[in-house]
Design a protein. Structure first.
Length: 490
């Protein structure tokens, strides 16, 4: 009974933590500079209490993770952590660096604990995919509503920004001489919303495949009325649940469209094609995959046909538009900092360092405070703050995450949980032993591709949580054989 109660408590804490990932309720606890600037301010988030309790109750799982994960994986993660810590001593503001390092540590332990809990089925794929799918559907509806009414809903207590076409700094798109706000949800920026919706989209894909896979046999009986046939069909095929998932997919696709994040459009399209192509190559998945493809195409065509007047202008990318020129400028700043600071300028200190050394002003002519933003590339940003070696350790860790340790277990019969990835083929990178492992890899790929043109996975709490949440999930699904959570037909 105690074990069951502890399991239920951990699951509840995890779900509440995810809820407050999407609802960014927070309060300011310290400003490291005079005035307010997002990247030099320490916050206390409502989700912190659930995170800390989750770590406290799940500590034994975190300790087990150091035994169950591969040593090379943990060494690379440890080196990444070490260089993040050492960067504190190079920081312009040590206090700001310590705050960001603590944030990183909490989420790293969270990921390790989550991975072990997934392996031991304390936190199941159903809980993760279900929570993300429901929250993403809700956020999509909020984002679509914000675009429809062109203002915020007044959900400031849940983290919603104050939105209006007349509010400076609000992300907008030009359409027919007008400036229309993009969907934010309750996230700090439309791009953060779009990244979360991509996670929700793949979570809904899992549910769709699951329910279609579990579809029981149904044969139309001509002797019965249409009503009775439909009643039997609904019971035999979980029609209500499948309909809810389909509606969720439609809502999330709509949310991605109205976030007007072109990166999300490209990443979502590319990975959906990759996902469907991979599944379609496996005979047992062809029927649900075919149905899923038809539904996705129908929803997308319907939305674009109605709102083409807003979608098509946004789809055009010009090398001279601010979204492109500013990213180039920020990345130029990142390269400059790396060239002059091989060991980094301190975790969380890139913006402050660049401001204090007039890099924004001298290198790009950015002399207004709202222009002083982090480098818009996750990898350049990590290297500029914790050093080049720290970035290499981080990239090594990410690469090892994509390897399936199951391929090494046969060569290590004495201790199958250990694996040393000294021998592997490139083709092994694309081998997937379970649907959950495959989807969690696609989720991480989506975030890492987003990182090529944005910084929120490193600088904003919702983005950091998303990154380490999926890392933890991937740690748990690596090497799980079979089709976990996918029941075979009777």
């Amino acid at each position: 009974m105690k074990t069951l109660t502890g399991k239920n408590t951990i699951q509840s804490l995890f779900i509440f933590f995810l809820i407050f990932l999407s609802f960014g309720t927070r309060m300011t606890i310290h400003r490291f500079i005079s005035g307010f600037h997002e990247y030099e301010t320490a916050f206390l988030y409502a989700g912190d209490i659930f995170l800390i309790l989750f770590l406290f109750l799940g500590w034994r799982y975190i300790k087990n993770a150091f035994l169950d994960q591969g040593p090379i994986l943990l060494i690379s993660l440890g080196l990444f952590e070490l260089f993040a810590f050492l960067s504190i001593f190079f920081a312009y503001s040590p206090g700001l660096a310590i705050y960001n390092f603590i944030r990183l540590e909490l989420l790293m332990f969270f990921a390790l604990g989550l991975g072990e809990m997934v392996r031991q089925k304390i936190i199941t794929p159903k809980i993760i995919f279900g929570s993300i799918a429901v929250l993403a559907s809700l956020q999509a509806l909020i984002g679509v509503g914000q675009f429809a009414i062109q203002r915020s809903f007044g959900l400031g207590i849940l983290g919603e920004s104050t939105l209006s076409p007349n509010v400076p700094g609000v992300a907008k798109i030009p359409v027919a001489g007008l400036r229309l706000i993009r969907g934010y949800g309750t996230f700090p920026h439309p791009n953060v919303l779009a990244a979360f919706l991509l996670l929700g989209l793949f979570s809904l894909y899992w549910w769709y495949i699951k329910y279609d896979w579990e579809k029981m046999g149904f044969v139309y009986d001509k002797r019965k009325s249409i009503r009775k046939n439909f009643t039997e069909y609904r019971r035999a095929t979980k029609f209500g649940r499948r309909l809810a998932v389909s509606v969720g997919i439609g809502a999330v696709i709509s949310g991605i469209v109205f976030s007007f994040s072109r990166a999300a459009w490209l990443i979502g399209t590319f990975l959906t094609v990759l996902f469907i192509g991979r599944l379609f190559s496996r005979k047992e998945y062809r029927r649900p995959t075919r149905r899923l493809l038809i539904m996705i195409v129908a929803i997308t065509v319907l939305i674009i046909s109605i709102f083409h007047w807003a979608v098509f202008p946004r789809a055009v990318i010009s090398a001279r538009e601010p979204a492109v020129t500013e990213r180039i400028a920020y990345n130029k700043i990142g390269v400059n900092i790396i060239e002059n600071n091989f060991s980094g300028v301190g975790i969380g200190n890139q913006v402050l360092y660049a401001v204090k050394n007039n890099i924004y002003q001298d290198l790009t002519g950015m002399d207004r405070a709202y222009e002083w933003q982090p480098v818009h590339n996750l990898y350049l940003l990590v290297a500029s703050e914790i050093g080049v070696v720290g970035l290499l350790a981080f990239l090594t860790f990410l690469l090892l995450l994509f390897l399936n340790p199951e391929q090494y277990q046969n060569s290590n019969t004495e201790n199958p949980k250990r694996f040393w990835p000294f021998k592997f083929q490139i083709s092994n990178l694309f081998q997937v032993s379970s649907l959950e492992f495959g989807i969690s890899r696609l989720m991480l790929v989506a975030l890492l591709l987003y990182g090529l043109g944005d910084h929120f996975l490193w600088t904003l709490e919702p983005g950091r949580i998303m990154l380490w949440l999926i890392i933890g999930f991937l740690l748990g699904t690596r090497g799980i054989a079979g089709k976990v959570g996918i029941s075979k037909r009777p």
